[in-house]
Design a protein around this ligand. Structure first.
Ligand code: NAD
Length: 486
């Protein structure tokens, strides 16, 4: 049994509340950790430590010195790769290959990439005329925003948290991170890395707890927090935005999605089936960029549905380190109940259940885990709840379409606007569609490929702002204009 503490001012500490909460394994339901539950006093201590660190050694480092520290963090994550893989597998229950191919390496990359960007970012400077003919020079400097609150979700915990901590630190800020209560481990482990590489105390702080009336809300309401970056559900974003309004703090939001996958009859059929299978079912469907609405051009509709069904029925459930398995459980029983409620709703609304729809039979040692079958529906109207609302589980509804215009309208008929994936061999059509679909990211003949230097974020209710590359600098720094009379 692990005891997980808060990490405040460079020290692992119990909560002043004396309270703990339990972490259960998604694979078998057993309690695997007790986590110190931060209260208001712990959040105060973390935020004050972060503010003090800005005034101390950290605030005086040159950009090169900061960059060296961030490279050190990335290298130390790589050195302790197996520790991070094990911690993330324990928290999420997802297969080892998901950790080793994406979740952990991307976490290390988030420190390297933003260290490189901050070293190379250009600055603006404009000479201007003055009435006396001597002129003046306007130039900009970027300064850190201050103490950044980082609130992260459970579905790709390390990747999504470092995606914010990397650029925040590269820009010279300090952070207080509130990871999801479901996945506290890798965020805590990063505290050890920070100490090993000699990160000044108070630059990186972690507090554990829940959202409303707990560590999350205490942090977002804290008057010494200068800006809030959040990834999670749209309705949580609404609550955080209200908290941020007090003190007029800036927010960056990466929120929910109800993403469309569009498959044309001229596509490479096998690649499209594989691509949509990944986009709908990877990480047991717990991916914000996942495809829960699939639109397939009429001539290949039946064949496509059967091919996707076969892939769903071939998954092998099992523990993350079981080489014979390739499919994990949902994060918690609470989340499974939510997803199952959509499985029932789909049937009530008249869906044809192509495959799945329930809980798979599991061996006795895994029966306590949050297992659920990958599920495909057809035959529902676009007004059905499972076609409109984000489920965040391993499921999708597939509908045939006849024309480009029709599918653009279908794809855009949602309050969300995070991503889409288009499968076609006609690249002119792909370009046309990509410009018409109201989302932050469009993939063509691919999914989940993205250079960290590009802009990432959602349209409509899927987010506010863009992070990634230089776009992150817009959020994590203030630009000051200085005008010098010559
Ligand atoms: P969530 O909104 O329930 O929780 C996210 C975090 O917010 C957790 O740390 C939680 O404790 C905290 N929180 C909850 N209420 C709070 C409050 N009132 N004040 C402050 N903090 C609060 O989301 P989740 O269930 O952890 O994650 C799944 C959601 O995240 C899905 O909607 C998914 O689409 C979204 N997501 C979006 C992206 C993206 O890039 N757009 C990426 C991953 C996940």
């Amino acid at each position: 049994m692990q005891g997980i503490k808060n990490f405040i001012n460079g020290e692992f500490v119990d909560a002043a509340t004396g309270k703990h909460f339990e972490k259960r394994s998604p694979v078998d339901g057993k309690v695997i950790a007790h986590i110190a539950e931060a209260g208001q006093a712990d959040v105060d201590a973390a935020v004050v430590a972060a503010q003090e660190a800005l005034k101390g050694e950290w605030g005086k480092l040159t950009v090169d010195q900061r960059v060296d520290l961030l490279y050190g963090v990335a290298n130390e994550i790589s050195r302790r790769f197996e520790d991070f893989v094990a911690a993330e597998m324990a928290d999420t229950g997802q297969p080892r290959h998901v950790m080793t191919s994406a979740f952990i390496p991307r976490g290390a990359a988030n420190f390297k990439v933003f260290a490189d960007i901050i070293k190379n970012v250009p600055n603006e400077s404009f000479p201007m005329a003055t009435p006396d003919g001597r002129g003046a020079l306007n130039y900009a400097i970027r300064v850190p925003k201050g103490v950044i609150a980082v609130i992260s979700p459970w579905n790709a915990p390390f990747l999504l948290m470092t995606w914010k901590v990397g650029p925040a630190l590269a820009c010279g800020n300090t952070v207080v991170v509130k990871p999801s209560e479901e996945t506290p481990m890798t965020t805590t482990l990063l505290g050890e890395v920070m100490n090993t590489v000699g990160m000044p105390k108070g630059v990186y702080n972690v507090i554990h707890g829940f959202g409303p009336d707990s560590a999350g809300e205490f942090l977002t309401r804290h008057p010494l927090v200068d800006a809030i970056t959040f990834t999670g559900e749209t309705r949580t974003g609404t609550a955080i935005m209200k908290a941020a309004a007090e003190g007029v703090r800036d927010v960056s939001f990466e929120l929910g999605g109800k993403n469309a996958g569009i498959v044309f009859a001229d596509t490479d059929f096998t690649a499209a089936v594989e691509g949509i299978f990944r986009s709908a079912f990877l990480n047991s469907g717990q991916v914000c960029l996942g495809t829960e609405r699939v639109y397939v051009e009429r001539p290949i509709f039946e064949r496509f549905v059967l091919a996707l069904k076969a892939k769903c029925e071939a998954v092998k459930f099992g523990r993350p380190d079981d080489h014979a398995a390739n499919y994990g459980p949902l994060i918690s029983d609470e989340h499974r109940q939510k997803v199952l409620s959509y499985y029932s709703k789909a049937v009530e609304e008249g869906a044809t259940v192509v495959t799945g729809g329930g809980i798979p039979p599991m061996s006795a040692d895994l029966a306590g885990g949050n297992w659920i079958q990958p599920t495909i529906w057809t035959g529902l109207p676009e007004t059905a709840a499972v076609v409109r609302e984000e489920i965040f589980g391993p499921c999708c509804h597939i509908r045939p379409f006849e024309s480009e215009d029709e599918v653009v309208n279908l794809a855009n008929a949602t309050d969300y606007g995070l991503s889409t994936t288009i499968w076609t061999s006609d690249l002119s059509r792909a370009h046309r569609l990509a410009a018409r679909i109201d989302v932050g990211v469009t993939w063509v003949n691919s999914w989940f490929l993205r250079d960290l230097r590009t802009a990432f974020g959602g349209a409509k209710q899927s987010g506010i702002g863009r992070e990634g590359g230089v776009h992150s600098l817009e959020f994590y720094t203030e630009t000051r204009n200085i005008c010098v009379k010559l």
